[in-house]
Write a protein of this length. Structure first.
Length: 544
DNA sequence: AACGACAGCAACCGCCGACAC
DNA sequence: AGTGTCGGCGGTTGCTGTCGT
């Protein structure tokens, strides 16, 4: 046998030595001595050659047929992480890092799923990166997630259909919403004196689920430090009124002694001003600083990269119990939300978010409120939204919900408030049409009407944030603007069959929003779609 | 130069689900 | 239905290089 390696051709002796290894690196399986430890270039060459000939899979056969003294698992790992083509080596780019953070905020430690969003990256790489990041940020006393990610996760949380039950029958499908607070609020001794980001109060309705959740906690203190620059329409339906959650996220500054604090808090809690505390007060045990949840007790032990939902050190339990009183209305939901782990062991320590960190509770409340309100009062739709789901039946897969944004703020990306009417209307699953135009595509009860491409009279400008780049077919479709403004991360999207046709998919959140440009009867216009409770992985929106 | 702390990375291990029998 | 095998995934460990003291 003669193998050419990166280091040149090997003699038989060298080859044998490289393949078998020394005694310390061998393991015995079924009488066969299997090598462990680092792979040599000779082994790599053999494995590459084998895969070229036989393809991937059937890894246990590699050892039998190739002469490699490695177990199948080892071969698979080596191939997947190092040898397969199109692997991207080197440091993560900023974009990749940002994506990882957001994906982790949404998915938790689902490295393989995250890797699917990062072409050329492996789950192992991402995992290593994340673990390193955890250590780094812990040491620096920084929250693991930037505020943006927290808010996004919260928004996704509040937009989920609470009636949907996951495969384990435990409630929400989203695997890891609550882990954000797991990592944010533990063991963060430093960085006091600044405040977590939060959307600006002005212009926000108290009906916002987020604020409701916050109001429920009543002990929380936060504000934002700057006036709003712009607002954009991520609209929340959960509470039945028109809510715009601003997504202009900025770093926050120390405002502990800021006289504006109380004013801001009043804006947050218009009906509850007697109950809020001023910043810096230490009544009760919690202060909310820089995204960290601190307690007067000693800092907790090191944070695991992903604590299962509601897994918290006992440190917090007494404090939380003492300061929190949950609405009885929410109790039935409670049992649904717990259940992240099949064996239930993680809940032994802390079985309720009431025992957890603050943001955890906020998310919990937000979701609970969202669920209750969605179920009880979905009828009160906000003024500018056309909610079609209501007319389409009560259960089962469905609905399209069309939002006609009223985005008139000067800084809005929807600055030109061209209506989407006439361009990309939707119909309900029951076939109710809004007009008589032919629909080009129908998927899952959603029908998107489109106009011939030559009707494009007002294409979105080249550098407009409303314009998506569809120029790289097959590559993950990801728009900074969309992500920032909608608060949702696309699970999967790619261009297929020509410009203007975007396949967008989502298998982990059941509320997908698209805001951007669509060809309308009057040309390109701005639009906002919301797909509610879509049970399938892939939805399609099609533009001419 | 020696040492320790740390980061980065590769690889292993155990568990679990899918599948075939 | 029960069992065994295989592949995938996530957690963990150990090695190596770098940097600061």
């Amino acid at each position: 046998m003669s193998i050419d390696t990166e280091d040149g051709p090997l003699s038989n002796e060298e080859l044998e030595s490289q393949l078998i290894g020394d005694e310390s690196s061998r393991g015995i399986t079924s009488g066969i001595v299997l090598k462990k430890g680092p792979w040599t270039s000779a082994e790599d060459a053999i494995l590459i050659d084998y895969v070229k000939k036989h393809g991937e899979g059937n890894w246990n056969a590699v050892q039998k047929h190739s002469g490699l003294f490695r177990c199948g698992k080892s071969c698979r790992l080596r191939w997947a992480n190092h040898l397969r083509p199109n692997l991207k080596k080197g440091a993560f780019t900023e974009e990749e890092e940002r994506l990882i953070i957001e994906l982790h905020a949404k998915m938790g430690n689902k490295w393989a799923r995250m890797a699917a969003h990062l072409p050329g990256r492996t789950d192992n790489e991402i995992k290593n990166y994340w673990n390193t990041r955890i250590k780094r940020r812990q040491r620096a006393g920084l929250p693991l997630y930037p505020p943006e990610a927290c808010l996004q996760a919260l928004l996704e949380s509040q937009s989920q259909d609470p009636s949907r039950v996951n495969s384990r029958g435990t409630g929400y499908n989203e695997p890891n919403m609550y882990n954000i607070s797991d990592v944010m609020f533990h063991s963060m001794p430093a960085a006091r004196g600044s405040l977590p980001y939060f959307p600006e109060p002005p212009g926000m309705s108290s009906d916002n689920v987020l604020l409701e959740a916050l109001a429920l906690t009543r002990r929380t203190n936060f504000t934002s430090s700057q006036p709003p620059k712009r607002s954009c329409g991520l609209r929340s339906h959960v509470c039945g009124s028109d809510v715009i959650v601003k997504k202009e996220l900025r770093s926050f500054e120390p405002v502990q002694d800021d006289p504006k604090v109380n004013e801001s808090l009043e804006l947050f809690f218009p009906d509850d001003r007697d109950n809020h505390l001023s910043l810096g007060e230490t009544q009760d045990s919690h202060s909310f600083v820089n995204g960290n949840f601190s307690t007067p007790k000693p800092a907790c032990e090191a944070v695991k990269s992903e604590l299962p939902s509601f897994q918290y050190p006992d440190t917090y339990s007494s404090n939380w119990d003492a300061s929190y009183s949950a609405s009885p209305l929410l109790d039935p939901i409670d049992s649904n939300i717990h259940g992240e782990t099949p064996n239930g062991t993680v809940h032994s320590e802390c079985s309720s978010p009431r025992n957890s960190g603050l943001l955890d509770a906020l998310l919990y409340e937000a979701r609970a409120i969202s669920g209750v309100k969605n179920q009880l009062s979905k009828k009160s739709s906000h003024s500018s939204a056309v909610t079609l789901s209501e007319s389409a039946g009560e259960s089962g897969p469905k609905f399209c919900e069309t939002e006609i944004g009223n985005y008139s703020e000067p800084m809005s990306p929807f600055g030109s408030t061209t209506s989407i009417y006439g361009g990309s209307e939707l119909t309900a699953a029951n076939g109710t049409l809004l007009d008589s135009h032919p629909f080009k595509e129908t998927y899952f009860g959603c029908k998107l009407k489109s106009e011939p491409a030559d009707n494009v009279s007002n294409p979105v400008e080249e550098n407009s944030p409303n314009r998506f780049d569809f120029s790289e077919p097959g590559l993950p479709f990801y728009s900074d603007w969309l992500e920032q403004e909608s608060g949702f991360i696309m699970e999967e999207a790619s261009l297929e069959e020509g410009a203007g046709e975007a396949f967008v998919g989502n298998d982990s959140i059941n509320d997908f929003r698209y805001m951007g440009s669509a060809l309308t009867g009057q040309g390109w216009g701005n639009c906002s779609y919301v797909w509610k409770s879509m049970p399938t992985v892939r939805q399609v929106c099609k533009f001419p």
